[in-house]
Design a protein around this ligand. Structure first.
Ligand code: NAD
Length: 285
């Protein structure tokens, strides 16, 4: 039976560290500050933004929220980003994705000052991930690395398979594993014989967005299985990309959904905000 990688517990530990650092910065410099922009009223995005706000408040990070109507035009959105870029008391800026139709996610990402890009989506920061010289950590992949570290799962020399090649999860995940000397394969919707690859994985990361997509026959005995998927089922419950019940019999480590990767993502966002504040302080010294 697999050991459960408890994202709630590990993220609570990370948040405690963040809270300590936020308190020290507030005393010695000023309170760290994260600005979050939400455009439109996508219910899932509203939940994510609310959770980020609560997490900031609980750690002593100042949280600014900008909720713009769905019919906001691009110049208005970019003007807000510019205003926040120029505000010396704002350390981190993120724009919750997806944006309503007609607005360019790419343009918004490019407009955010890379020094305040706590989601690490700006090409300057994605480029730094490629070179292993991290400015900000890509939140979900970094949260997964934190889980692996805290449970003592070593990456060096291991066969690592990432299913999914999105810019947000799959690609940066593969880079972080590679940067720790894993032997990494990236699988995707055009991969032939997916199970051939996954059965060889010591560390398997599923970021597909299809409920119970990874079945027990696709998993190597003793693997560490990381489930990134968040799928809302017709009964309202959340379900991951991994057939948890069956795979936990075979794997050595497994993350649950909910309570695995999800809480780690927010914890890493808070960590990035602290990094941004420290960098501001350094610049002002
Ligand atoms: P995405 O839709 O951008 O990417 C999905 C990937 O899955 C694609 O690269 C595609 O090639 C691959 N794929 C699709 N069908 C496949 C198949 N049959 N075989 C192999 N690969 C296949 O999604 P994303 O943004 O990377 O997110 C993936 C999942 O992770 C979603 O459920 C999302 O909600 C979740 N997610 C969770 C967190 C978190 O904090 N836990 C963060 C981001 C995303």
């Amino acid at each position: 039976m697999a050991i459960l990688m408890d994202g709630k517990a590990v993220s609570a530990a990370v948040r405690e560290e963040v809270a300590r650092e936020a308190a020290a910065l507030t005393e010695q410099y000023r309170q760290p500050c994260l600005a979050v922009i939400l455009v439109g009223d996508d219910p899932a995005s509203e939940v994510y933004v609310r959770n980020k706000h609560k997490a900031c408040e609980a750690c002593g990070i100042r949280s600014l929220q900008y909720h713009l109507p769905a019919d906001t035009d691009m110049p208005t959105l970019l003007a807000l980003v510019q205003k926040l870029n120029n505000d010396p008391t704002v350390d981190g800026i993120l724009c919750q994705l997806p944006l309503p139709q007609g607005l360019s996610e790419k343009e918004v990402i490019l407009a955010i000052d890379p020094k305040k890009d706590v989601d690490a989506f700006h090409p300057v920061n994605t480029g730094r991930i490629m070179s292993g010289d991290y400015g900000f950590l890509p939140c979900t992949p970094a949260g997964i690395m934190e889980l692996l570290h805290r449970y003592g799962v070593t990456v060096k020399g291991k066969n690592c398979v990432v299913i999914g090649r999105s810019n947000i999860v799959g690609k940066p995940m593969a880079m972080l594993l590679l940067n720790e000397s894993g032997t990494v394969s990236i699988c995707h919707s055009k991969t032939e014989d997916l199970a051939f690859h996954t059965r060889n994985a010591d560390i398997l990361v599923a970021a597909v967005g299809k409920p119970r997509f990874v079945t027990a026959d696709m998993v190597k005995d003793g693997a560490a299985v990381i489930d990134v998927g968040i799928n809302r089922m017709p009964n309202g419950k959340l379900c991951g990309d991994v057939d948890f019940e069956a795979v936990q019999q075979k794997a050595a480590y497994i993350t649950p959904v909910p309570g695995g990767v999800g809480p780690m993502t927010i914890a890493m966002l808070l960590k990035n905000t602290i990094t941004a504040t420290r960098n501001h302080w350094e610049e002002e010294k």
